[in-house]
Structures are given as structure tokens and as C-alpha cells.
Design a protein. Structure first.
Length: 319
């Protein structure tokens, strides 16, 4: 098995001195050490915001946060192979040495600016008691550390891990509530249409769907809307890494929205049909049994199956 190393992504700017000569081999291991120390300092500085952020990951709608750090590490590992041969040899007096120094210097200064921006977001977030700002500041600080360590030249390889880091931060409450309410309404309308298509009368009244013998609560029946962000956090990197036709990528990306909508509408329709044929108690039991983890795992399984099917259909791989 090939060794696990991010060397091509993390230490190449520091391996070249200002004169264009390669740095001594003994200095190279210092780069990951300094990066680890800086990361520890960043976590310590943002400790209150990080604790709140990790605490929010225990809810269903933010549960993908636990996966994001490991996904970012995996993406960096994938990109390390592409970065390995992309830096030219910077021998003294070579024409490539100024270019390497320029990209390294640009990455260092840009990373430093991002770290200052991170500190500003921390201050504003703490003063305004808006921890979302501080949490975004923590992510910006991570961007600054990665960009400083890797250099500006490899931004094209790092933008996807940068983007995935944003998924660690929970959406502001007002935005999350509006998005969830919209998705729940769409799922309820689709579910009511399916019940009507089966030949039964149904009325959508506020937060309830009335099928005559039972009133289906929209919030519980359409709770699959909470799974949108966890699915998007998987579908987005998969769509970017997918080596196939662009419309298959679009399908993969849009599945993060379509899967929870279809799951919610089918759940509403099946609950309504159970209420009509088997009674309200059976419908209530199904609604409770299919909520939470079973619904989440079913939607995630559908997304992973779609990713696998697209790979088989196109004869491509997610790389």
C-alpha cells in the first residue's frame, strides 16, 4: 500500500529557498510540524465556536459535520498525487525558479490575509454574539493555513477541500428554518398529489394533510427535508470528481434535492394510503417508525447507489 503523505501539497513552497536552491532534507519535516502547531493554535483561539459547532453536528440536519474533516483529508490525499509531478525542478539559475518563488510568496501573503480576516470574523462574532460568524472565521483560518502551506499554484487542487470545509458550519437558524419549511411544503404538495392520483380526497391545511380519517403532520411526514445538506455534502464532491458527461454530474448534484423531496412525498402518500386502508393507528405507527435514522440511511443509500450506477453506466470512476 502506498504511504499516506500530503507532501506534494504541503511542503513544496518551503522546499525552495529565495535563491531557488532546494532546501536541506532536514528542514522538510519541519513544515508539517509547524502546520500542526498553527492548527492547534487556531483551534485554541476559536475553541468556544468550535465546541458549539461540533455540538450542532449531533442533530440530523447537521450530522454531516462529523464526516467533513475526514472527507477533506481524503480529498487532500487524492490531490497529493496530482500535485506530485506538477512542480518543476528549481535548480539554481533555472527559468522556473522565479515562477516557483512568485507562487509561493503569493500563497503565503494570501494565506496571511485570510488569517487576519479570520481574526476579524472572530472578533465580530464574539461582540455580536453571532457564533456563526466566528465559525466561518475558523473555516477561513483553515483556508489561510492550507494556502500558506501549499502555495497559490495549487489552489486549483485545493478549492474543493476548501469548499467542503464550509459544510462543517451549520446554517444560520433563520436560513435553515426557511429552507426546511420550503422543502417540507414542496414534499407535502407532491405527497398530496400522489394521494389524489390514487383516487382519495385530500386537503392540505397549514401544517397538516387531512385524508379524512387521519391528519398527517407535515413537519413529521416531510422531515426528509432535513437531510438536504448532508446529501449535498456528499453529492457535491462526487459530482466534481466524477469523470463523465456534464449532465450526469448535474443529475448527481440535483439528487441532493430530489431524493429528500421524493422521500418526503412518498412517505406522505404511503401514510395517507395506510390511513385509508388500515386505519389511523397503523398510519401513525409507520410515520413514527420511518422517522430519524431509518429515513436518513435510506436516503443516503439511494444517493450512494446513484453514484455507483453512474460510475458503472459511464465506465468511469470517482477520482
Amino acid at each position: 500500500m502506498r504511504g499516506f503523505s500530503f507532501g506534494p501539497l504541503l511542503d513544496f513552497p518551503a522546499m525552495t529557498t529565495v535563491t531557488g536552491r532546494a532546501a536541506p532534507a532536514s528542514a522538510i519535516p519541519l513544515i508539517p510540524v509547524l502546520l500542526a502547531v498553527a492548527l492547534g493554535g487556531l483551534v485554541l483561539l476559536f475553541r468556544d465556536s468550535v465546541v458549539l459547532m461540533v455540538g450542532s453536528w449531533w442533530s440530523l440536519k447537521n450530522s454531516h459535520g462529523f464526516l467533513m474533516p475526514w472527507l477533506v483529508i481524503a480529498l487532500l490525499y487524492l490531490r497529493a498525487g496530482e500535485a506530485a509531478g506538477s512542480w518543476p525542478d528549481a535548480a539554481p539559475g533555472s527559468r522556473t525558479a522565479p515562477s516557483i518563488r512568485r507562487h509561493a510568496d503569493t500563497g503565503a501573503w494570501t494565506g496571511l490575509l485570510l488569517l487576519f480576516a479570520s481574526a476579524g470574523l472572530l472578533v465580530f462574532g464574539e461582540l455580536a454574539a453571532v457564533y456563526t460568524l466566528s465559525q466561518f472565521g475558523f473555516v477561513v483560518g483553515l483556508w489561510g493555513l492550507l494556502l500558506t502551506a501549499s502555495g497559490f499554484r495549487h489552489l486549483r487542487l485545493l478549492w474543493l477541500p476548501f469548499l467542503c470545509l464550509l459544510f462543517m458550519v451549520p446554517l444560520p437558524q433563520f436560513l435553515a428554518n426557511n429552507l426546511t419549511a420550503f422543502l417540507q411544503l414542496m414534499a407535502a404538495l407532491l405527497g398530496a398529489s400522489l394521494i389524489r392520483a390514487a383516487g382519495f380526497a385530500v386537503v392540505l391545511e397549514g401544517n397538516f394533510i387531512d385524508v379524512g380519517v387521519y391528519r398527517i403532520p407535515v413537519v413529521e411526514a416531510c422531515s426528509s427535508a432535513l437531510i438536504f445538506l448532508p446529501l449535498l455534502s456528499i453529492a457535491l464532491p462526487a459530482a466534481v470528481l466524477y469523470r463523465g458527461r456534464w449532465w450526469w454530474r448535474l443529475l448527481l448534484l440535483s439528487s441532493a434535492l430530489l431524493i429528500p423531496l421524493l422521500a418526503g412525498s412518498l412517505r406522505v402518500a404511503f401514510t395517507g394510503l395506510l390511513a385509508r386502508y388500515r386505519g389511523a393507528e397503523v398510519a401513525e405507527g409507520f410515520l413514527q417508525a420511518s422517522d430519524g435514522a431509518p429515513l436518513f440511511l435510506a436516503c443516503m443509500a439511494v444517493l450512494l447507489l446513484l453514484i455507483w450506477c453512474l460510475g458503472r453506466l459511464e465506465g468511469k470512476t470517482i477520482t
